[in-house]
Ligand binder design. Structure first.
Ligand code: ADP
Ligand code: MG
Length: 319
């Protein structure tokens, strides 16, 4: 695309390259604000997340992956709320007006937007260090929104897919193991269908972005409960094959960036897990139980206590 690479050229490029057919857009990109129609009888759910170069992704990350990830992390938040994604806003801070970079970025963004018919309806484009912020908007039927605060003693703790893989791949890449690069293609798939299916049954839900223990901790704190986790029930990514138990559990409990859903389920619904898993072709593992009290106790099947060394990711944490 050869034309003046001013702000408006970039915006036009973004608009053209991300366009998907979507409903409810009365007015999209091009005015001072978007005008959207929330379907009658539904609630609007909004989530936003920022990715900074060098912090949330390595500086040399392919623009396709940045475009994919900035939408994926936000759709994952909507999934955890039980919401159906509909629209998104994109704030881009770019060091320069590189249309080739942008084309790859929008291809990554669009590959996921197309899957869920998410329409990009606005945003902001500025010059500065590379940073990408997306706001995702979705809808949910009143009463079906899943909160962090609904877990009760006796509920099962369930996790989708596998955990620990993203953190392990990052460690392998940082150690210079080029073979791990193939796993970069395992891009997280926001568990939107799962969120829809469990929303009428789960007592609490969160997506795993900072690590299982850290994110389960958020549910427990909001719900005023404790939990026991069986480390041997944790579903392992194939990239953890061959690690000794302690190392493997460390990745599974504290590794971030997997974007699986972690939810609590009243035990009377336990039999439904097998059906959901089959219908969605997605592993669903019962990894423990909500209890009275506070804190999280991780034990192996024989009762041995396991204490992960890294609690999880905290931007303002000291470790
Ligand atoms: P304003 O100055 O009124 O905020 P802008 O000039 O920043 O408007 O943006 C013009 C239009 O382009 C607006 O509709 C805005 O939402 C949209 N826009 C700007 N940057 C982006 C972007 N990165 N992605 C999507 N839409 C964008
Ligand atoms: Mg603006």
């Amino acid at each position: 695309m050869k034309e003046s690479r001013g702000e408006f050229g970039l915006i036009r490029q973004i608009q053209q390259e991300t366009s998907v057919s979507a409903e409810g857009v009365i007015l999209g990109i091009g005015d001072d604000g978007a005008v959207l129609e929330v379907p009658a009888g539904q609630l609007l759910v909004a989530a936003t997340d920022t990715l900074n170069a060098g912090i949330h992704f390595p500086d040399d990350t392919a623009p396709f992956d940045i475009g994919y990830k900035c939408l994926a992390v936000n759709l994952s938040d909507l999934a955890a709320m039980g919401a159906m994604p509909r629209w998104a806003l994109l704030s881009l801070s770019l060091p320069d007006a590189d249309s080739t970079w942008l084309q790859s970025f929008t291809a990554g963004f669009r590959s996921l937007a197309k899957l869920w018919n998410v329409s990009l309806v606005g945003g902001d484009t500025t010059s500065g260090p590379l940073a990408v912020s997306v706001t995702a908007l979705g809808t949910v039927k009143p009463g079906l929104q899943m909160l962090r605060s609904g877990a009760r003693a006796g509920d099962l703790v369930v996790v989708s897919g596998t955990v620990g893989g993203a953190a392990r791949v990052l460690d392998l890449l940082q150690a210079g193991e080029a073979a791990a690069e193939q796993h970069l293609l395992d891009r997280p798939l926001p568990r939107i269908k799962l969120g829809q299916v469990i929303s009428a049954y789960a007592s609490a839900c969160i997506d795993i972005s900072d690590g299982l223990i850290a994110d389960l901790g958020h549910i427990l704190q909001a719900s005023g409960c404790a939990a026991r986790i069986n480390t041997e029930a944790l579903p392992a990514s194939v990239v953890l094959d061959g690690l000794e138990d302690g190392q493997k559990w460390g990745y599974q409990l504290a590794g971030g960036d997997d974007y699986e859903l972690l939810f609590t389920l009243p035990p009377r619904y336990e039999a439904m897990l097998a059906d959901w898993s089959k219908d969605l072709e997605l592993k669903l593992s019962v990894i423990g139980e909500v209890q009275q009290g506070e804190g999280i106790k991780c034990t192996a099947t024989d009762g041995t206590l396991f204490q992960p060394q890294r609690p999880g990711f905290d931007h303002f944490g000291k470790s």
